[in-house]
Design a protein around this ligand. Structure first.
Ligand code: GRF
Length: 205
């Protein structure tokens, strides 16, 4: 399975994906910031990179689409990609774009999820891998992982604790899509050939 990863910055989720390529291959990384640390991670793994500044979203998407038509990926993974994709762009890849988001969607779409969880005195937090549609963080959820929130937590400790779980969640999800254990069919998410109504939660993540 050929995977293209979109990033904007640090690239720790990209790194985790690169280290677990067994059933999939990351063939290209697209990034909207030329200084993103994640670009070096891709280069160190010998993966081709393309920088597409997103100053004008329309032309950036046109450029990205032309590139993707050449690569013809099976899956596009948004891993810390901080730009919104238009409905027109997303329509080219139905149920072929996934995103990792640091909250238990549908709770806390958007930014500053960790602080919002603390402000609301939630006792459970987590991350979600979901399909990308035209609405921010609202595509169908695929998988989730959870962490407990303690009274000592800050936004920083929550972010750090969740990040290591995000890496496992994203790699497990991409791997299961690659092996055909997760797929979308007839308006349903399937896991091991069974239609499921809740996101997948792996006990060891
Ligand atoms: C992660 O927390 C991810 O959930 C969010 O952006 C962050 C990206 O981190 N969408 P990295 O660039 O993968 O290190």
């Amino acid at each position: 399975m050929r995977v293209v990863v979109f990033i904007s910055g640090r690239g720790s989720n990209l790194q985790a994906l690169l280290e677990h390529q067994e059933n999939y291959t990351i063939s290209h990384v697209i990034c909207n910031h030329k200084q993103a640390a994640g670009l070096n991670i891709a280069k160190n793994h010998g993966v081709a990179t393309t920088i597409i500044p997103w100053r004008d979203a329309k032309s950036a998407e046109a450029q990205t689409l032309a590139l993707l038509k050449k690569i013809n990926p099976d899956l596009i993974v948004l891993a810390g990609f901080m730009r919104l994709l238009s409905a027109e762009f997303v329509a080219n890849f139905p149920f072929k774009i996934i995103n990792i988001h640091p909250s238990l969607l549908p709770l806390y779409p958007g930014l500053n999820t960790h602080q919002r969880v603390l402000d609301d005195r939630q006792s459970i937090h987590g991350a979600t891998v979901h399909f990308v549609n035209q609405n921010l963080d609202q595509g169908h959820s695929i998988s989730q992982c959870h962490i407990n929130v303690t009274t000592e937590d800050s936004a920083e400790t929550l972010a750090a604790r969740l990040l290591s779980k995000e890496h496992k969640l994203l790699t497990a999800t991409v791997d299961h899509i690659a092996t055909g254990q997760i797929y979308w069919q007839n308006n349903h998410l399937y896991f091991n050939n069974q239609a499921i109504n809740q996101p997948i939660v792996w006990s060891d993540i």
